[in-house]
Write a protein that binds this ligand. Structure first.
Ligand SMILES: [Zn+2]
Length: 166
């Protein structure tokens, strides 16, 4: 099992993903056809002015979401949860991205995912210029980093972590 999932993002610094978050997200893996897609928001805190980031919180599927076998619609309910978590943390734990599951071992993003992520980069409000997008497959979690740029936002695969068998 992974001890520490960390990766570096140019101009941001080292990003660390809490082990608890990895195991929590792993519980939503789509091991068989009866398990629908799950998803939510990723949250974390900036550790210092150099921008090092700890990703350690998330929102889980809500009743108002739509969970299909190959699709997930994230409802507005997540916005309130994010606000509550942010307040309860003394305004430290903030929105830093999105996560969802895929019924495949090593996840790849779809056209719909890319649109969703670009919308998040363009429309949602967040600290700094980066958002992180995780897809939880059955064997690994992959993380893409999206960067808000003046002319065209970029999205690139930045890291992957193996997850233990069930
Ligand atoms: Zn997807």
């Amino acid at each position: 099992m992974n001890e520490n999932w960390t990766f570096d993002v140019e101009t941001l610094g080292t990003v660390r993903v809490a082990n608890d978050l990895v195991s929590s997200l792993s519980q939503y893996r789509q091991f068989n056809h009866t398990i629908p897609e799950s998803g939510g928001v990723l949250m974390g805190s900036f550790l210092n002015s150099n921008g090092a980031l700890l990703i350690d919180n998330f929102t889980f599927p809500q009743k108002t979401d739509h969970q299909g076998r190959n699709n997930f619609f994230r409802s507005e309910a997540h916005n309130n949860l994010v606000h509550n978590i942010w307040q309860q943390s003394g305004q430290k734990t903030t929105y830093i991205g999105l996560w969802h599951t895929h019924p495949e071992p090593i996840p790849n993003f779809s056209f719909v995912d890319a649109n969703d992520w670009r919308n998040a980069l363009n429309i949602s409000s967040y600290e700094g210029d980066f958002l992180f997008f995780m897809i939880v497959g059955t064997k690994s979690i992959r993380c893409w980093v999206g960067e808000k740029k003046r002319f065209r936002n970029s999205i690139s695969l930045i890291s992957e972590v193996q997850i233990a068998a069930k």
